[in-house]
Structure formats: structure tokens, C-alpha cells
Design a protein around this ligand. Structure first.
Ligand code: HAX
Length: 423
């Protein structure tokens, strides 16, 4: 089977022609109408973006290139990236090629570590991670070629080069941050025999085969979630100005660092640990019900529950729960996570605000990381970021491949809204 780049080279001309012909023939078709409530409500449900890497039907959850995510749990990150980019699962030779691509590009420049060392000791791990990505911007092949006068048809190739370079380095950077920030000792050298996710686990300093499996699962489950979520959309918007992938991925990661998005996994485990501390272990149903109500009554959200798009139990949560059932069924933190699932959807339904009372991806992942000894939950969003970079990179390559324009929706003033209503 062709390597990733060879396959994209074969696919892209037809994809571009197909889109061009569709826009020419049907350019005036209405795709979505927008209400005033949607404009003030975070554009929820407005169809205004293209993302071919994955789709999130509210009643099904994440589908990556036609594959429900539950079917992809045993795949390697290398396979997931090939699938996200091309829509095809790679064969053995193409997987080996992906592994080799990542290995040959993996060396992190020394100045990255100097930049990280210079940050304040209490810098958040996400700020460290995003800074490291941005610090490497000078490596951008896209920027270099663009400055020298690159043709538009070559944008995707230079973008892919940057994305492969960047993805190859993220596990070592993220693992280095883990060890540096949390006093785990010297950085651990990469093991070229391992796949991308298992190598990340190894460089963090956790060599159990079960943890490597968890990391493989984690990396695939968090990789992509269509185009409108804050991280993907921010990355996409920045890249639409032809800012190179280092700028764009760093921007997307900054969005992921928000507590309503990727930071929810840190907040979620914090909430579970508060439950454990308060009740000295797994609480009774009534205790947990009251605790959830206390959270809501104090004006906070129950982290890990609700979703802007989904209206079911997130299949990514279900996949983590199935993993936990095998790996740590008797662990009290995992048991609290299971009990929260029995109680919180009912509480949120009674509360009557959240449109989706069900758990999202963040509700279970932290309990598993904690079980395997990753107890520093401030770090969890970095793991999410390493994984989400796979999807953001694939989306960048696609956008540059079909020649997307700079993003520039129209904003209006509140006065315009009022005048429009009066009319
Ligand atoms: N606890 C309490 N209230 C919640 C809630 C929750 N888990 N989920 C939603 N609500 C509230 C909203 O805050 C909102 O209240 P206001 O009207 O007072 O503003 C109301 O219910 C309606 O919100 P919604 O339309 O159902 O949800 P949104 O699309 O606005 O927001 C969120 C989606 C994910 C941000 C939201 O459900 C939330 O804050 N959940 C908790 C945080 C969380 O788990 N985030 C991670 C989401 C997954 C992800 O992106 N991971 O990276």
C-alpha cells in the first residue's frame, strides 16, 4: 500500500476537482439558517465549516472517516493518522512507514528544553506544552517555502511535512514536561522499537504493557471530534490565514486548555477526588446526589457531563469504561466514576438546564490515568493535546489540499440585531 504522502498525492487532485465542481454547480444552495439565539449562543448547530476527517452525529458520537470510534479502540496512533488523512486504514507496510516517519523526525531541538526550563516553576503544563510547540515555529517548512514563493498546489505537502515533524516530537516534549514539572527525574530516551503512543508512555516513565494499551486507546479516542470544537476550529481559523502549522496547532492547544473544553478532564478528576475525600471512599447514592446538587447550587458545572453536540453517552466514555472494567474494576476512584454515571444524569435532568445530561470523554479517562500512577491531574490536558494534535494536523492538511479560503465570517452589532428585529 502507498505511503501516506503517496496516497494523498493520488487522492488530492480528484478531491479538489470534486469540490470545485460541486461549488460551481450548487454554490447558491442554502446549507444552514442562523437564528439570533444561535448568534448569541456560541453558533451552536450552525453549519458553516467543512471537516472530512470525522463527523459527530448527536445520537451516535464520533465517527472517524466512516468508522464509529468504538471500532478503532485497538488501532495505533499511526493508523489513526493515516485514516484521518486518507479515509483508509493502512496496511502493515504503510504502518511501518508511518512509524519510520515519526522516528526519523523525533529529535526535539535542544532550545525547546531551554525555553521550558526558563518558564516559572508554577507554569501550567498546558502553557509549557503550547509554548514548546510555538518555540519550534522557526522549523516550519511551510513558512520557509512560502517565503521563497511556493505554489498553492504545494501548500498541503509543506503542511504535511510540518505536521509530521511536529507530531513526531510531541510525545518526547510532553513526556519531558511530565518529568520536568513533577520532579520525576531525568528525561527518558525514546525507544525506537515502540509505536508512537507506547513510546510516549515509556518516556513518561511508566512501562507497564497495560498502560501502553491505555495510551494507545487514549490517543485514538481523543484524536478528532469534527471541525467545530474550540481546539479544531481555532487551529483551522489560524491556519486559514496561512499561518504555519506550528502557529495553528499551538493556537488550537490554547483553546483546548479551557475548562469547558480539554481542561475538563483535570477538573473532572478533581471533582471525583473531592467526592472520595469527603465520603472517605465510594459514597452512597444519596450522598452523591446531594454532592452533585451542591456543585450545581454553588453555580458550578459537573465536569465531564454535558456536551455541545452529543445527546447520548459519549462512545469514548463507554470505551474508557470498558477498559476500566477490565483493568481496575475494584479501584475506588473508578468505582466512584461508575456511580457518578448512575446518579449525575438524573440530577442534571432534574436540574433541567443541560441539554445533554450524559457523560462526555472526560468523565472516565482521569480515573484510569490515576490508577496507573499518573496522579498529577494538572497534566491530563497535555495528554489530550498530544492526541488532539493528530486530528488538528489531519484537518490542516485537508484544508490546504482543497485550497480553503481565509476564514472571515461577518459580525454584526447588537444595535444591528435590534434594528433588524424592529424591521
Ligand atoms: N453541569 C451543570 N450545568 C451544565 C452542564 C453540567 N455538566 N452542562 C451544561 N450545563 C448548563 C450550561 O452551563 C448552560 O447553563 P446556562 O444556560 O446557565 O449558561 C445550560 O446547561 C445549557 O447548556 P448546554 O446547551 O446543554 O451546553 P453547552 O453546549 O452550552 O455547553 C459544555 C457544553 C460541554 C461546555 C457543558 O455541557 C459543560 O460545561 N460541561 C461541563 C464541562 C465539561 O465536561 N466539558 C468538556 C466537554 C467535552 C470536551 O470538549 N472535552 O474536551
Amino acid at each position: 500500500m502507498a505511503t501516506l504522502k503517496e496516497r494523498l498525492k493520488e487522492q488530492i487532485p480528484a478531491m479538489k476537482e470534486d469540490i470545485k465542481a460541486m461549488v460551481k454547480a450548487h454554490g447558491d444552495k442554502v446549507v444552514s439558517q442562523v437564528t439570533l439565539a444561535q448568534v448569541y449562543g456560541g453558533m451552536r448547530g450552525v453549519k458553516g465549516l467543512i471537516c472530512d476527517t470525522s463527523d459527530v452525529p448527536p445520537e451516535k458520537g464520533l465517527i472517524i472517516r466512516g468508522h464509529p470510534v468504538a471500532e478503532l479502540g485497538s488501532k495505533l496512533s499511526e493508523e489513526a493518522f493515516y485514516l484521518l488523512c486518507t479515509g483508509e486504514l493502512p496496511d502493515k507496510a504503510a504502518i511501518e512507514d508511518m512509524k519510520a516517519e515519526f522516528q526519523k523526525r523525533a529529535k526535539v531541538p535542544a532550545y525547546v528544553w531551554a525555553v521550558l526550563e526558563a518558564l516559572p516553576k508554577d507554569a501550567h503544563p498546558m502553557a509549557m506544552f503550547n509554548t514548546a510547540v510555538l518555540a519550534m515555529e522557526k522549523e516550519s517548512i511551510f513558512r520557509d517555502k512560502y517565503t521563497k514563493g511556493m505554489r498553492k498546489e504545494e501548500y498541503w505537502d509543506a503542511t504535511l511535512e510540518d505536521c509530521l515533524d511536529l507530531l513526531a516530537k510531541l510525545p518526547e516534549i510532553a513526556a519531558g514536561i511530565y518529568r520536568m514539572k513533577f520532579g520525576k527525574g531525568k528525561k527518558i530516551p525514546s525507544d525506537p522499537k515502540l509505536d508512537w503512543a507506547a513510546n510516549y508512555a515509556h518516556m513518561m516513565g511508566i512501562d507497564s504493557p497495560d498502560f501502553a494499551d491505555l495510551m494507545r486507546l487514549y490517543m485514538v479516542l481523543h484524536s478528532d471530534h469534527e471541525g467545530g470544537n474550540v481546539s479544531a476550529h481555532t487551529c483551522h481559523c489560524v491556519s486559514s490565514a496561512l499561518s504555519d502549522p506550528y502557529y495553528a496547532i499551538s493556537a488550537g492547544l490554547n483553546g483546548l486548555a479551557g475548562p469547558l473544553h480539554g481542561l475538563a478532564n483535570q477538573e473532572c478528576l478533581g471533582w471525583i477526588l473531592m467526592v472520595k475525600d469527603k465520603f472517605g471512599g465510594v459514597p452512597s447514592d444519596e450522598q452523591l446526589r446531594q454532592f452533585a446538587w451542591d456543585t450545581l447550587n454553588s453555580g458550578k458545572v459537573v465536569p465531564g457531563y454535558g456536551h455541545a453536540v452529543l445527546r447520548i453517552t459519549d462512545p469514548r466514555y463507554a470505551a474508557f469504561k470498558a477498559f476500566g472494567k477490565k483493568a481496575c474494576p475494584n479501584d475506588p476512584i473508578f468505582q466512584i466514576v461508575e456511580k457518578v454515571y448512575e446518579i449525575v444524569p438524573k440530577v442534571l435532568t432534574e436540574h433541567g438546564k443541560a441539554k445533554d445530561p450524559w457523560p462526555n470523554v472526560d468523565a472516565a479517562s482521569g480515573s484510569l490515568l490515576y490508577f496507573f500512577g499518573v496522579k498529577e491531574f494538572e497534566y491530563y490536558t497535555v495528554l489530550f493535546g498530544v492526541s488532539r494534535a493528530l486530528g488538528m494536523c489531519a484537518q490542516l492538511v485537508m484544508s490546504r489540499a482543497w485550497g480553503e479560503s481565509i476564514e472571515r465570517p461577518k459580525s454584526v452589532t447588537t444595535k444591528w440585531m435590534k434594528d433588524n428585529i424592529a424591521k
